[in-house]
Ligand binder design. Structure first.
Ligand code: PEP
Length: 255
């Protein structure tokens, strides 16, 4: 089945940008979308401190806001954490979960990814669920097995309708922040495998779900990556911190 999926490009700012810098950057983004406005779905994930100001600066624009992480409880004694409802109130429409840096440095597991995904959905936010293999796993021929486990466990227990609200981000860990990008063939192979798993889990909804590629996406490789049949956008780290680069990547998603 060939369903037209709107391409979705999200910038993950990680631990970068003050509030003032964040607002200045999104104003440049909103003003520079040009032909991509309304044709490519665009979001940014600022640090938590800047989310509210960014959402206010983007009111009425086509650029949406995402959290970089979330906690799964609604409220309570969880020092340092934020709920999905808090993200929604601050202006988020999306939430990233399972980023490899959360998995590597902050104890994120497939089980916590699953709880966070469910919590986002419950609060009306659209999850971006990150999966991807380590270099050693790729070299050992385990890429598809790792991604299979991460997708199945991350999405466990969700209905097809809930799955339809989710974006998967395939981010080979060896490509994140390293300047090494997966080849288009490597990306397409894993994206197609992910879509097959999504079909097993949710049936026809899989054809409408976006699968982003992430890992050193830059203006000069974005278009080719996103031209692959199962690459429906990009999750962009470093190159999302400068408006001209991020805008060029967004425009690379136009036909
Ligand atoms: C990321 O962390 O999601 C990412 C893809 O980073 P970069 O683009 O910097 O490799």
């Amino acid at each position: 089945v060939n369903v037209a999926r709107t391409k979705f490009v999200c910038g993950n700012w990680k631990m970068h940008k003050t509030v003032a810098e964040s607002v200045a950057l999104v104003k440049e983004l909103a003003a520079g979308l040009g032909a991509a406005a309304g044709k490519v779905q665009v979001a940014v994930a600022p640090p938590f401190t800047a989310i509210h100001a960014v959402a206010q600066a983007l009111a009425g624009s086509a650029v949406e806001v995402s959290g970089q992480d979330v906690f799964w409880e609604v409220q309570g004694a969880f020092t340092g954490e934020l709920s999905a409802g808090m993200l929604a109130e601050a202006g988020c429409k999306h939430g990233i979960v399972g980023h490899s840096e959360r998995r590597q440095f902050f104890g994120e597991t497939d089980e916590t990814v699953n709880k966070k995904t469910a919590a986002l959905l419950k609060a009306g936010l659209a999850p971006i669920v990150c999966v991807g293999e380590l270099l050693a796993e790729r070299e050992a021929g385990k890429t598809l097995a790792v991604v299979d486990r991460q997708v199945r466990q991350g999405l466990a227990g969700l209905t097809a309708e809930q799955m339809g609200k989710i974006t998967i981000a395939y981010e080979p860990v060896w490509a994140i922040g390293t300047g090494k990008t997966a080849t288009t063939a490597q990306a397409q192979e894993v994206h197609a495998a992910i879509r097959k798993i999504l079909r097993e889990l949710g049936g026809a909804v899989a054809d409408a779900m976006r699968i982003q590629y992430g890992g050193s996406v830059k203006p000069d490789n974005a278009r080719e990556l996103m031209s692959q049949p199962d690459v429906d956008g990009a999750l962009v780290g470093g190159a999302s911190l400068k408006a001209p680069d991020f805008l060029a990547i967004v425009k690379g998603a136009l036909p």
